[in-house]
Each structure stands twice: as structure tokens, then as C-alpha cells.
Write a protein that binds this ligand. Structure first.
Ligand code: PMT
Length: 229
């Protein structure tokens, strides 16, 4: 592809891990560093796209030429992504989003009590952003890419679980990460398989998150309708 093959396209990317606060200082979170989402943003900008990066709690520097929108929680990420979806030619959900949040956020720091009682934490479900934007498309020509962090289990391979997730979420491409043994989170490397809409596995050479980002944008570009001459 040419170096500026994404010129004229607007891409919306999520990165990092959401935090769901229990009180002002404690939260439920995950160890996403944001490296994968930031790599996608950097590479898309370098290939000429207008890039909006909705970043949850990443400490990485803003990539050059990219509009960065910081968020903390899954609900904030939902609001920013759904609010901007109609303006995007492609949306890539690389963020690790909490499925649940505490039902109540306590205003002051939760303290230990003299009787040793342990506080109960009630959880409620967060909205599923990828499911929402895929099933209720803001634009028919839009390409939506999800990620899946899977470990497999006794009865299912990582790919089995990825195919079931692709079906449920309804996105066009799903990047399935094998995160068993703590791989991928925080690393500069990735080990992924990309599933297309039909569930066919597209080979990705193992390598850097930058290299995977390049493969993802190549695939997105082939899915966009070809402009009439
Ligand atoms: O940030 P790094 O350290 O570089 O690590 C990269 C990564 C491992 C975080 C990333 O590559 C990755 O796999 N991201 C997806 C992690 C994840 O939350 O997977 P999931 O299987 O729980 O979710 C599936 C998809 O649905 C994801 O695209 C997620 O963004 C989306 N989702 C999940 C829950 C929810 N409530 N709303 C969502 O949109």
C-alpha cells in the first residue's frame, strides 16, 4: 500500500483499560497499558488518516497528529465512542473494558471498622460498547473491529471462544489475542489471529503491536467500498 493510503478517512480508536471506582481512591481495573490502541493510532495517522483516540487511563504520550480524548470509566468510554461513531469510517475497540462496575460509588474513602466487618460490593453490568455500535450502526459503510483477550479453557480453544464472541458482538473483524500466562498486556509484542465476518482465521505473523496495527489497517482498507472512478 502507499504510505498515505488512509488519507480522507476518519478512524476512531479506543485504548487502555477502564477503571470502575469504588470510592475516590479505589477502583476495579485491568492491566492494559494502551500500547496496542496507541500503536493503531500512530500507524493510522502516519498513513494519512484523521485519528481520534479515546484513551482510558494510559500513561503513554499523545501520538503526534492524533486527537486524544481521555476517559476513566466504561460509561465515559461508551458516551465518547457512541457520540463520535457517526463521524467515523472505521472504529477499532482495542480498549479492555470492564463488564461490571460497583452499583454505588462511595463519596469518601471506605474505612475499616472496629468490628472487623467487611464491606460488600454489589456490581451492575456496564453497557457493551462494541455490541451497541455493531448492532446499531451509525453508518452502513463503516468497518468495526473488535479485540478479544482470551485464555481458552478445558473445553474451548482461544479460537472457539473468539468465534463465539464475533457472533455475539457483530463486528466485521475480531482480533483474537491469546493472553494465557499474562502475555500481551503491557508488552510491545502481540500474538493474534484475526477473524473475518465469516469466522475465517486470517494469518498474522507474530511480532510487534506496530506490525499487527499495519495488518489491521490493510484489512480495514480492503473492506471499505471502492470509490467510483
Ligand atoms: O493495552 P495493551 O497493554 O497493549 O494490551 C492490549 C490488549 C490485550 C488490552 C488488547 O489487545 C485487547 O485484547 N483488548 C480487548 C480486551 C478486552 O476487553 O477483551 P474482551 O474480550 O473483554 O472484549 C471484547 C471486545 O468488546 C473488545 O473489543 C472490547 O473493547 C469490547 N467491549 C468489552 C466490554 C464492554 N463492556 N464493551 C466493549 O466494547
Amino acid at each position: 500500500q502507499s504510505v498515505a493510503d488512509l488519507t480522507g478517512k476518519h478512524v476512531l480508536i479506543s485504548a487502555g483499560g477502564t477503571r470502575e471506582h469504588l470510592d475516590p481512591v479505589r477502583y476495579l481495573g485491568n492491566s492494559s497499558s494502551g500500547k496496542q490502541g496507541y500503536a493503531l493510532a500512530r500507524i493510522a495517522a502516519a498513513r494519512g488518516a484523521k485519528v481520534t483516540l479515546v484513551a482510558a487511563n494510559s500513561e503513554l504520550p499523545d501520538p503526534a497528529g492524533v486527537q486524544v480524548v481521555p476517559v476513566v470509566s466504561a460509561q465515559e468510554l461508551y458516551d465518547e465512542i457512541t457520540g463520535r461513531a457517526a463521524d467515523a469510517d472505521a472504529i477499532v475497540m482495542a480498549a479492555a473494558v470492564a463488564d461490571f462496575r460497583p452499583a454505588d460509588v462511595v463519596e469518601h474513602k471506605i474505612k475499616k471498622t472496629a468490628d472487623g466487618a467487611v464491606p460488600a460490593v454489589n456490581l451492575v453490568q456496564n453497557p457493551d460498547i462494541l455490541h451497541t455500535i455493531s448492532h446499531d450502526r451509525a453508518r452502513p459503510d463503516q468497518i468495526i473491529v473488535g479485540f478479544a483477550a482470551e485464555t481458552g479453557d478445558a473445553d474451548h480453544t482461544v479460537l472457539d471462544l473468539g468465534r463465539a464472541k464475533l457472533e455475539r458482538k457483530g463486528c466485521d473483524l475480531l482480533v483474537v489475542n491469546d493472553v494465557s500466562g499474562g502475555k500481551v498486556f503491557g508488552s510491545d509484542l502481540n500474538e493474534a489471529v484475526i477473524l473475518d465476518r465469516a469466522g475465517t482465521a486470517l494469518p498474522v505473523p507474530s511480532g510487534s503491536k506496530d506490525a499487527l496495527s499495519g495488518v489491521i489497517w490493510n484489512l480495514v482498507a480492503t473492506h471499505w467500498p471502492t470509490p467510483r472512478p
